[in-house]
Design a protein around this ligand. Structure first.
Ligand code: NAP
Length: 251
């Protein structure tokens, strides 16, 4: 029976690229996100090696349905990629919106908790499970205006580090991938509420930001090492970004 990989946030960006890549690596991919139309198109493109599941990671019931669908497929659950997430706004702490902060915590932190909890029994039962969580360089470096996202990504990495300790002795690897600047179609656009000008400014003059396929490649690499090899954490940036604030721009 084909090994199963669940990818959250698979309707765009890094998640969609990861779903395509993992299908190419021989997994049956369960592509989860809220927008069913985009998932259906993706699954159609991938073919028989994928299943679309409309899922909102901020809802316990929705995540329970995802787990039930995965169980119904009958194969071993080998891989979970916790990728659903994102940032809202660039407000300083002084004027931070509690609503935006709550939304960022719900998707990035509690979403990772909900999906991990729901699928952990199946990952363990497979005898060779892997959980890859997509964090961010914001998980360890604050930046001005990033407060809510930085705090959420710090919390997400705390969850991942704790989980690795708690699973000691169990057959489940716990991996974190922390990307720097990745130019995906929607991340910055969502952050700035659809404002193309502000979204484009993030990447202005950066010759080659990372693209979704670069991170999909890293996720596939980590997930396909021999099972005794646990890559705790990989930080991945474009060459133009030597550090969070040190971005080479050709303007
Ligand atoms: N782009 C970057 O520069 C960058 C850098 C570092 C880390 N990251 C992290 O990488 C991950 C993917 O980012 P991306 O750049 O690929 O962004 P993206 O293109 O905006 O994709 C985000 C994905 O998350 C899904 N999602 C959002 N809320 C959800 C919810 N409540 N339930 C289920 N799915 C949800 C979205 O699908 P639906 O809207 O259809 O639900 C979408 O598929 C995120 O965790 C982000 O924080 C991104």
């Amino acid at each position: 029976m084909q090994k199963i990989a669940v990818v959250t946030g698979a309707s765009s960006g890094i998640g969609a690229a990861t779903a395509r890549r993992l299908a190419g690596e021989g997994f049956h991919v369960v592509a989860a996100a809220r927008r069913a139309d985009r998932l259906d198109a993706l699954v159609k493109e991938i073919g028989a090696d994928a299943t679309a599941v409309a899922c909102d990671v901020t809802s316990d019931d929705s995540v329970a349905e995802l787990a039930a669908t995965v169980a119904g497929l009958g194969g071993p659950l080998a891989l979970l990629v916790n990728n659903a997430g994102g940032a809202i706004g660039l407000d300083p702490v002084a004027t931070g919106s509690t609503r935006d902060w709550q939304a960022m915590f719900d998707v990035n932190v509690l979403g990772t908790l909900r999906v991990t909890k729901a699928l952990l029994p199946a990952l363990e039962a497979s005898g060779a499970g892997t959980i890859v969580t997509v964090g961010s360089t914001a998980a360890f470096t604050p930046y001005e205006g990033g407060g809510g996202y930085v705090a959420a990504k710090h919390a997400q990495t705390a969850l991942v580090g704790t989980l690795r300790l708690e699973l000691s002795g169990k057959p489940v690897r716990v991996v974190e991938i922390d990307p720097g600047m990745v130019r995906t179609e929607e991340f910055s656009l969502n952050r700035f509420d659809g404002d193309h000008e502000r979204a484009d400014a993030i990447y202005a003059g950066v010759a080659e930001p990372l693209v979704a396929e670069d991170i999909a490649d890293i996720i596939a690499f980590a997930a396909t090492r021999p099972q005794h090899v646990n890559i705790d954490r990989l930080v991945v940036r474009p060459i133009a970004q030597a550090a969070q604030h040190k971005v080479h721009r050709e303007l």
